[in-house]
Ligand binder design. Structure first.
Ligand code: EPU
Length: 351
């Protein structure tokens, strides 16, 4: 039972385990030390009704944790941490060209991507190798290489703490945005228990993101299919992003900032190399470029650092505390603000 403090009080229920004063060190990919007043591992979502009957779970601050791959603890959690460990992938309907699939929240995201590719579905290949669970995927609407998970989600099943029941929230009501959803905005309200996807067997591949076609060419592939695209993207990710198993991190620490056309234009006039993309009436700027240009790539403050592989990723080189990582994040943010007049928004949840 790694991660549990010896001597902590443990209670077993039908489908769940409760540990008091539990260590969260092994439960966040930044590998920083933090404790939860109460840690609840839920193996059967049906147990949520019983669990939320307890006053502690109804009233205390609640934090829902998947693999902890998008969170930074700068302090202990003064309430309940809930981890959904339910597994399973079930095809609810298969009409040949498309299928309706239900996945339990605790399933690792990448396992589901691999499963979908092995079944001949097309679409999730661009989202290969993203850390975290299926239940966490809709929360920040994970995205990479020109795709976002919201394109594939029919509905999300969640325990609604306010209503005190399981609810099924359809795609529109999830209010997905760039690294955003209703679950992120109301993160104390919903506990995602399962996600329903619509997967198809025919779909145009998305190869336009910078580097994808080049990688396929380097692999000697001229007419790619979805598994080859997944392989190409896995290679790019492995090269560009530090592996959280080897070096603590939570992926991109900042979102790519959105600015209006006038600001984008004046920035691009001053810095012609700044990567920028029009999205609707706004422009998205490369936060990695802004950070690197400030000279922060590879910077270290004790064991907290900016990755030398990718400037958007903050890392823990060993024994950094969450507070030290956060102090470095604030330094980076202030530097970018001062030099470019652009405010970087933090991407993971910072406790
Ligand atoms: N760049 C730099 N310096 C760097 C890294 C990148 O200047 O150290 C420049 C590149 O030259 C490129 C641009 O920044 O022109 C974009 O780089 P990249 O393709 O790596 O993508 P990103 O915008 O930095 C976003 C996501 C990643 C996702 C990649 C690929 C966000 C916050 N991040 O990063 O998602 O993997 O695109 O699609 O949108 C995550 O959310 O945790 C994450 C890793």
């Amino acid at each position: 039972m790694s991660g549990y403090r010896v001597g902590a009080a443990i209670a077993e229920g039908d489908g769940y385990t409760i540990v008091e004063n539990a260590s969260l060190l092994g439960r966040n990919t930044f590998h920083v030390a933090a404790r939860a007043q109460m840690l609840v591992d839920v193996r059967k979502p049906a147990a949520l009704g019983e669990l939320f009957g307890y006053a502690a779970l109804r009233t205390q601050p609640l934090l829902v944790l998947g693999e902890g791959s998008n969170i930074l603890f700068t302090r202990d959690w003064p309430g309940v941490v809930l981890a959904i460990a339910a597994h399973g992938v079930r095809v609810l309907a298969d009409r040949g060209d498309r299928a309706h699939v239900r996945v339990e929240a605790g399933e690792p995201w990448n396992d589901f991507v691999r499963w979908s590719l092995a079944c001949g579905f097309v679409g999730l290949e661009n989202l290969v190798l993203i850390p975290g669970t299926v239940g966490a995927a809709p929360i920040q609407n994970i995205g990479a290489y020109g795709a976002e998970v919201r394109e594939f989600i029919l509905a999300v099943e969640a325990w609604d703490r306010r209503a005190g029941e399981l609810v099924r929230i359809d795609n529109a009501a999830c209010a997905f945005g760039y690294r955003d959803s209703v679950f992120k905005r109301e993160h104390e309200r919903y506990v995602v228990t399962a996600v329903e996807f619509e997967l198809v067997r025919e779909r145009a591949l998305r190869l336009d993101y910078a580097g994808v076609r080049e990688e396929l060419a380097a692999m000697g592939i001229e007419e790619p299919r979805a598994p080859a695209v997944a392989e190409a993207i896995a290679r790019i990710r492995t090269r560009k992003l530090p592996n959280p198993v080897l070096l603590g991190n939570a992926g991109s620490f900042f979102k790519n900032p959105l600015v209006d056309a006038a600001q984008a234009e004046s920035l691009r006039r001053a810095h012609p190399a700044l990567p920028a993309w029009a999205t609707g009436s706004q422009w998205k700027l490369s936060a990695a470029w802004l950070i690197e240009t400030c000279g922060y790539k590879g910077l270290r403050a004790g064991d907290a650092g900016v990755s030398g592989q990718h400037a958007l990723v903050l890392v823990n080189h060993g024994r950094a505390s969450g507070a030290e990582v956060w102090a470095l994040a604030e330094r980076v943010r202030a530097g970018v603000q001062e030099r470019f007049g652009v405010t970087l928004e933090v991407e993971p949840l910072v406790v």
